[in-house]
Design a protein. Structure first.
Length: 216
């Protein structure tokens, strides 16, 4: 199991608006866009991101995402988290953004210029989609609670081929034991849908400060 602690970073547009679009509880679908930044290019990338955020704001483009930067793990990585209620919402969001770009020549030019600038900044870029496993989650935080947090811990578990049913049974039994013990854990569990190896599970929990981890 891979465990990483990340800082909740830049939020595109407003947290209030993004959270208002999501029902209580964890979103059903997450898109995780991971960017590996080339060594020595972090400052340039940060400037490009700031420029992108400003361009999105000027165009009033419909984009809601949170940037996670690592406290531990690969210091050259940035993960952008997009939350959706369904894959239909994913499709609708892509269409709406594309329509905004097509209707705004200045915004389109800004994006094309940023694409050229970022060619020398990224070592790799990839996106994966994950779906919520409510049956494996344990008292997950609400969207409002996550919005008040500063840090997110992400556990990545990769299951061997053919062993996913065993893992599911194990987590369900573990959650029963947590309930009996009165555990204060809060985990939202997601399973990969596309873009990552089959059998990949992500478990998310959020805290307002790292000091809260001492009590876990």
């Amino acid at each position: 199991m891979d465990r990483r602690v990340c800082v909740l970073g830049t939020l595109i547009l407003s947290a209030t608006a993004a959270l208002a679009q999501e029902p209580p509880g964890p979103p059903k679908v997450l898109a995780l866009a991971r960017e590996e930044i080339k060594p020595g290019r972090a400052a340039a990338h940060a400037r490009s991101v700031a420029t992108f955020i400003a361009a999105v704001g000027r165009a009033n483009a419909p984009m809601y995402r949170i940037a996670l930067t690592p406290v531990s793990g690969d210091e050259n990585a940035v993960v952008y988290v997009h939350a959706f209620g369904s894959f239909a919402d994913v499709e609708a969001a892509h269409k709406q953004f594309e329509e905004t770009v097509a209707a705004n020549a200045v915004f389109k030019a800004d994006l094309e210029r940023l694409d050229r600038e970022e060619v020398d900044q990224h070592a790799s870029q990839k996106t994966a989609y994950y779906t919520l496993r409510s049956d494996l989650s344990y008292h997950p935080h609400s969207a409002e609670q996550v919005g008040r947090s500063r840090f997110v811990t992400i556990f990545t578990t990769r299951i061997k081929p053919g062993r996913v049913p065993d893992y599911v049974d194990y987590i369900k039994a573990l959650n029963v034991a947590r309930e009996k013990a009165g555990s204060d854990a809060h985990l939202a569990v997601y399973q990969v849908f596309s873009g990552a190896a089959n059998g990949t599970f992500l478990s998310f929990t959020s805290v307002r400060s790292l000091a809260e981890i001492d009590d876990v």
